[in-house]
Write a new protein. Structure first.
Length: 360
């Protein structure tokens, strides 16, 4: 089976997830995976050799608009490149703004595709409504959908987006941002806590602030790092002893060092589909404290270095405090074999989209 994995985002975890998915597929017997990324993606600055089909996308909002308008002209040329790859099936690893171009080219080339759905709905506080409009258009053209958690699968069913198409399942891949750092607390200093990602209301920063107030000053320090609108909640966190807030974009090349600095990742979410940051933290051998909401329980429940708690300040404070009094064990979430089994299982599910050989 020849599989195209594409992800045309420029920043964030999408290109990294696509890279790891393609690498996982290449490890499955009988599978040849082709990877397509945007030439403008941050991850491409490393000149990764894994990308077989680099595509120019855009560098600005006006540039994206122009490319969107030229899809009818560009799709035939892209379709010719796709036919030359002799593909059986394609996977959109994470929706991005120019996916309708690839969907049109795949249709012309006669290649079915599945779309991986990370989020079935916008998160509270998300300010990118056009993103969901474009995602839903892509999902409408897909031959199958892939849900990364039962939580997302149930949402897609409830929204009526599946119809009669196959709804496949997979797990979020380990996301490696460099070599594994030393284990937690190896630095010998105070416990280092990290909250990393978009600074939006669904991340529960008000709950985190109250939890830290309950803990009071102690043998820990915390960094809240990511990008989002400034708010009174972020200011409240800044006023707490031992807490710093860095409202900034973290480039691809800095993610590994940020995770290595930390001992534990704290996910104070009020809702979640699953967490790419948690996947990266587990791959780096970090401890994880997370509220048991949405798909986080599915993702983390079997991880020996993760602790789940109820989504309230008292439970979150107790879980964070337990890192000092009773440190977790170590190890990856369910181990690398679970990821290999998940990828192999996805390949079997994708077979329903591949036409049977002539005479078969």
């Amino acid at each position: 089976m020849r599989v195209l994995v594409w992800q045309w985002g420029r920043r964030g975890a999408g290109p990294r997830y696509a890279l790891e998915l393609a690498r996982g597929l290449r490890a499955v017997d009988g599978v040849q995976a082709v990877l397509s990324l945007s030439r403008q993606a941050e991850i491409m600055q490393d000149a990764l050799p894994d990308c077989d089909l680099p595509v120019d996308t855009y560098t600005s909002l006006p540039g994206w608009g122009r490319r969107l308008l030229t899809i009818p002209l560009e799709a035939p040329f892209l379709a010719r490149r796709i036919r030359a790859l002799r593909l059986d099936v394609a996977i959109c690893a994470m929706p991005a703004p120019l996916d309708l171009l690839m969907a049109s080219a795949l249709r012309r080339a006669g290649v079915p595709f599945a779309a991986v759905v990370h989020d079935a709905s916008l998160h509270p506080g998300d300010i990118l409504p056009l993103q969901m409009v474009l995602q839903n258009r892509l999902l409408g053209r897909a031959n199958a959908l892939v849900a990364l958690s039962r939580h997302v699968a149930e949402q897609l069913q409830a929204q009526g987006r599946v119809g009669g198409r196959p709804l496949l399942s997979a797990t979020l891949s380990p996301l490696a941002y460099g070599p594994a750092p030393p284990p937690p607390r190896a630095h010998g200093g105070r416990l280092r806590l990290l909250s990393f990602g978009r600074l939006l209301p669904y991340k529960g920063f008000d709950m985190l602030a109250e939890a830290l107030e309950r803990l009071g000053a102690g043998d820990y320090e915390m960094r809240v790092v990511g990008t989002g609108p400034e708010s009174a909640t972020l200011d409240a966190l800044r006023r707490l002893p031992g807490v710093t807030v860095e409202n900034r974009w973290v480039p691809e090349g800095e993610v590994g060092a940020l995770l290595a600095w930390s001992d534990a990742l704290v996910l104070s979410h009020r809702e979640a589909s699953q967490s790419g940051v948690a996947a990266a933290a587990l791959e780096a051998g970090r401890w994880v404290v997370a509220t048991d909401v949405g798909g986080l329980g599915e993702q983390l429940r079997d991880a020996p270095c993760a602790r789940l708690c109820a989504p309230d300040p008292a439970s979150l404070a107790a879980a964070i405090g337990s890192l000092l009094s009773e440190p977790p064990g170590s190890g990856l979430a369910r181990g690398p074999s679970h990821w290999q089994q998940s990828v192999a299982g996805l390949v079997k599910q994708l077979a329903v989209l591949c036409p049977a050989p002539a005479g078969g």
